[in-house]
Design a protein around this ligand. Structure first.
Ligand SMILES: Cc1ncc(COP(=O)(O)OP(=O)(O)O)c(N)n1
Ligand code: TZP
Ligand code: MG
Length: 207
């Protein structure tokens, strides 16, 4: 499948069972129905599932994405790339290096997190398809999040003539998403704005 990376970054839902107070499959289906453009399976942190249950949930979420033609990314867990037949992989600075990942998976979309100049300098940007830039705002969904970089970080990446597609992440909600897009991002990636809201349709529409 040939995905349009600029388009799929527009409304990017990230989720694992630890983010959900109800059945994750239901939340994903509602979010797809409301118009999310990509999904990342991120089963990580306090309360996350063990290996076998993670695989089983991943398979169910993957099947939903396939049925609805929504691209499916795996976060960190390279060993699940083949088992879940993912469309893409998102890695951070402490995960498998992007150049190694690109050699191993020439046909997968690859996203890389960057939070500051130093990380950009040491990253092999030509091996990746997009950047996850953040945290844009304070977040309670990631215990080891880097210091808030703010929307200035996206402007800074654009000023450095980095022309990779960028998705902003961290504390994004319907009230502040527009500022992230106006700073130069192609889209917004969210966890809690969708997984903890009362009306997924309303939130996704207004992102
Ligand atoms: C789209 C997107 N951007 C950034 C991240 C964060 O990745 P990372 O820094 O590796 O942190 P973890 O998510 O692994 O805790 C992301 N997952 N997705
Ligand atoms: C995974 C991740 N990486 C940087 S911030 C973050 C968490 C984003 O979650 P939320 O949208 O709930 O702030
Ligand atoms: Mg990671």
């Amino acid at each position: 499948m040939n995905w349009d990376i600029n388009r799929i970054l527009r409304k990017y839902l990230i989720m694992g069972s630890q983010n959900c107070e109800r059945v994750p499959e239901e939340i994903l289906l509602e979010a797809i129905d409301a118009g999310i453009t990509a999904f990342q399976f991120r089963e990580k942190g306090i309360g996350c599932l063990g290996d076998e249950e993670k695989l089983q949930l991943g398979l169910r979420l993957r099947a939903i994405c396939k049925e609805h033609h929504v691209p499916f990314f795996i976060n960190d867990d390279i060993q699940l790339v083949d088992q879940l037949d993912v469309d893409g992989i998102h890695v951070g600075q402490d995960d498998m290096p992007a150049d190694k990942l690109r050699r191993k998976y020439p046909d997968k979309m690859i996203g890389l997190s960057v939070s500051n100049d130093e990380e950009v300098k040491r990253s092999d940007l030509k091996s990746v398809d997009y950047l996850g830039a953040g945290p844009m705002f304070p977040t309670s969904s990631k215990a080891d999040a880097k210091p808030v970089a703010g929307i200035e970080w996206i402007k800074r990446l654009r000023d450095q003539k980095i022309d990779l597609p960028i998705v902003g992440i961290g504390g994004i909600n319907p009230e502040n998403a527009d500022a992230v897009l106006r700073a130069g991002a192609q889209g917004v990636a969210v966890i809690s704005a969708i997984t903890t809201c009362e009306n997924i349709k309303k939130v996704v529409k207004s992102l």
